[in-house]
Design a protein around this ligand. Structure first.
Ligand code: ADP
Length: 302
């Protein structure tokens, strides 16, 4: 179902194959905003702009996973994502891995930008996700990354056990190095309580997986485009909860989403628990300054 992204063993080889031999990069401008990768706008000698993300050569899997995620979202036909051109590695200047995709010129938001995004996300969450898991209803056909951390996507039949086993458990185990005795007790207790705290969704949904405002861009058409996903099939609430974590989404977005896909009773009680996953990941990737937030959320549920 997932068509594999084309891979090349040099950037020049990729440009030759995609745009004709002799294609050259005439300008490479750094783009700010990414946490993990180096991002550049390449201008080709035919005048075309291309967006390139680069990382260490050993991290090519970041980009094959990102390409698979963008392809899954594109397949739902509900919300725009940049078209992936290819990925690969290059040995020049110490070596790198790269992902090439359509360059999105950012535009002015349409008047109904937020309402449309709410409806489109609800439609994505309602699309049939059965092609994206194997052997269970929740998970994804391959592991991927949340930031630079591996995100385990082995399938489960139940959302509650998927979220416990594949989301909280690995991050809590990794965060153990920051935990004192009380934190360790709370972490163990929290895992025991997950079946009482979470609920099965009415339907499984393909999630963006890392849906903070920095991963939604207004495109040239004035509509929202999704970038940098960490997709999996899960409970739609987890995507919505993340939109609330760092803010930046309009109340009009939530109103439109809820009208198109009413929320399950009790979402407000569960949302911090979903976001605990992202806070633990921040603690594990960026350090101790996130420990207070992790403790506060664990304290809410134990
Ligand atoms: P990272 O994986 O490092 O978090 P992102 O995918 O978030 O990187 O990209 C970094 C920044 O580059 C984004 O915040 C956005 O401004 C810009 N960007 C991402 N994708 C595109 C694209 N296809 N076209 C133009 N700009 C993009």
């Amino acid at each position: 179902m997932l068509s594999k992204v084309q891979q090349f063993s040099s950037l020049q080889g990729a440009l030759d194959a995609l745009f004709g031999s002799g294609t050259k990069v005439v300008q490479a401008q750094y783009t700010a905003g990414g946490d993990i990768n180096e991002a550049r706008r390449l201008t080709l000698n035919n005048g075309m702009p291309v967006f390139m993300k680069a990382n260490a050569k050993k991290n090519l899997a970041f980009f094959t996973a990102e390409a698979a995620g963008l392809a899954a979202i594109a397949h739902t036909g509900t919300i725009s994502v940049p078209r992936v051109l290819c990925c690969g590695t290059d040995d020049a200047q110490g070596g790198c891995s790269f992902l090439l995709m359509e360059f999105l010129e950012s535009g002015k938001r349409r008047a109904d930008y937020w309402e449309a995004l709410g409806r489109q996300l609800a439609a994505m969450h309602r699309a049939d996700p059965s092609a994206w898991t194997k052997g269970g209803r929740y998970g994804f056909v391959q592991d991927n990354y949340i930031g630079a951390s591996v995100q385990e996507n082995s399938s489960r039949d139940h959302w509650v056990s998927f979220f416990r086993d594949c989301r909280l458990k690995p991050q809590l185990a990794w965060a153990d190095r920051y935990f004192d005795a009380a934190d360790k007790r709370n972490a163990a207790r929290l895992l025991e309580r997950i079946p009482e705290l979470l609920a099965e969704p009415a339907y499984p949904s393909l999630l963006h997986g890392d849906l903070w405002s920095g991963n939604v861009m207004p495109g040239h058409d004035g509509c929202a485009w999704l970038i940098d996903p960490a997709v999996y099939v899960g409970h739609a609430e987890a995507d919505l909860a993340m939109t609330e974590l760092f803010g930046g989404f309009s109340p009009r977005f939530y109103a439109a989403y809820k009208e198109a896909a009413p929320l399950q009773e009790g979402y407000d009680r569960r949302k911090d628990l979903y976001n605990l996953y992202h806070m633990l990941n921040h603690l594990n990737l960026f350090g101790r300054s996130y420990l207070g937030a992790v403790r506060r959320i664990m304290g809410e549920y134990v």
